[in-house]
Write a protein that binds this ligand. Structure first.
Ligand code: TXA
Ligand code: MG
Length: 303
């Protein structure tokens, strides 16, 4: 790829964004492919670069929770509580959109996803940029999300104008998405802000995910590596599968779920780089961060 495309210059990233270009943005979850959310042509380039269908809405990233009312047509009380307690952090809130929010960002919907990421470089870039940055994960559509600048370069190469290298993402899986445009709110995607935490903050007011928001991009197959992913419930079960297929890779970090999530996509990418045909992954128990890891592994296993 072109020399100078990867670096740590927030100045350079600002210049690219100001010219309607695309910047790979480090966040605490995964790298995003960012463009000025109020520049329609720039946002269209995100879809073209990723190969993403136009009806999959994008998350708007802002520097601080104070900017929520600038992007929301209305701030439901659940959104106000979650923004106040969880931002900056790995949480996206769906709220009714403000009138100025471009329909290319929301896929024509009347809601918008907003998030304040907790990564020092993202915070600095967003604060100096001032506006919102529309950013999906910086991978080709349907592939595993990137958690390092090298992953972004491998996936998108020169199709991205500048890759801001903020090191490996500490969380490693995408943000929790809470739809606050419905009552009671729903968790559309599990993440590091857990369902248990959200439920406690909202005094138990949470409904199962269903309805039109859920349909917007929540596909059964997603986050898929080239390797076939076989899911098992215990290390013992994994070992018996590996015994019958010695070339299979064992993926099991169930003794530390923070590390399981942090390294999950890097592990799946490493399997592809090595040409591994089968990954045998041990599912963590369905609680806390385990929900997010199970969700991504299940999608990686669905072809
Ligand atoms: O952690 C993250 O959320 C990362 C980083 C870069 O912030 N971003 C991310 O974006 O994962 P993306 O586009 O890969 O996933 C966002 C998901 C998509 O499934 C999209 O369809 C859904 O959120 N989404 C966004 N806005 C929505 C809306 N208004 N209604 C329903 N779903 C929405
Ligand atoms: Mg994505």
């Amino acid at each position: 790829m072109t020399a100078g495309t990867v670096g740590t210059s927030v100045e350079r990233a600002l210049e690219v964004l100001g010219n309607g270009g695309l910047v790979a943005l480090p966040t605490e979850t995964v790298y995003g492919l960012a463009a000025d959310a109020s520049n329609e042509a720039a946002v269209r380039r995100i879809f073209a670069t990723k190969g993403r269908p136009a009806d999959h809405p994008l998350i708007v990233h802002v520097a601080t929770a104070d900017q929520l009312p600038e992007w929301a047509g209305d701030v439901p009380s659940a959104a106000a509580v979650l923004a106040e307690t969880c931002w900056p952090g790995p949480l996206t809130l769906l709220v009714p959109k403000a009138a100025h929010v471009l329909s290319v960002v929301t896929g024509g919907r009347d809601t918008v996803g907003i998030r304040v990421p907790a990564h020092p470089m993202a915070t600095e870039l967003l604060a100096r940029f001032g506006g919102g940055l529309a950013a999906p994960s910086a991978n080709r559509f349907g592939k595993v999300s990137p958690t390092t600048a090298a992953h972004v370069a491998a996936d998108l190469g020169d199709a991205v104008d500048y890759i801001l290298d903020g090191g490996p993402c500490p969380v490693g899986v995408e943000s929790t998405i809470v739809d606050c445009s419905v009552t009671p709110p729903q968790i559309l995607r599990p993440g590091a802000i857990t369902a248990e935490q959200v439920s406690a903050l909202l005094d138990g007011e949470l409904a199962p995910a269903a309805g039109p928001s859920r349909a917007a991009g929540m596909m059964a197959s997603h986050y898929a590596p080239l390797a076939q992913v076989v899911l098992v419930d215990s290390r013992e079960a994994a070992q018996s599968v590996v015994a019958g297929d010695p070339a299979a890779w064992l993926l099991d970090r169930t003794d530390d779920l923070v590390l399981y999530a942090r390294h999950l996509y890097d592990d799946l990418r490493a399997a592809d780089v090595r040409g591994v045909r089968t990954v045998v992954a041990v599912l963590p128990p369905p609680s806390g961060l385990g929900h997010a890891i199970r969700d991504r592994l299940t999608k990686a296993a669905t072809v």
